[in-house]
Design a protein. Structure first.
Length: 57
């Protein structure tokens, strides 16, 4: 997920938070659909994963 694709400098804080919530909900819906297609259960996204680099995870 690239923040520059969903956020811009002209947005208010509330608009930015709403855009982030929507992007996370969409990403979870895609993960749920993919898991369902594979006969698995998708785990919910952890917002903390978005605040650290991949090496730290």
């Amino acid at each position: 997920m690239n923040a520059t694709q969903i956020l811009n400098d002209d947005m208010t804080l509330e608009e930015k938070l709403a855009a982030i919530d929507l992007a996370m909900a969409n990403a979870q819906a895609v993960a749920d659909d993919q898991a369902r297609a594979n006969g698995q259960v998708a785990a919910p996204l952890d917002p903390a994963d978005l605040t650290m680099c991949e090496g730290c995870q």
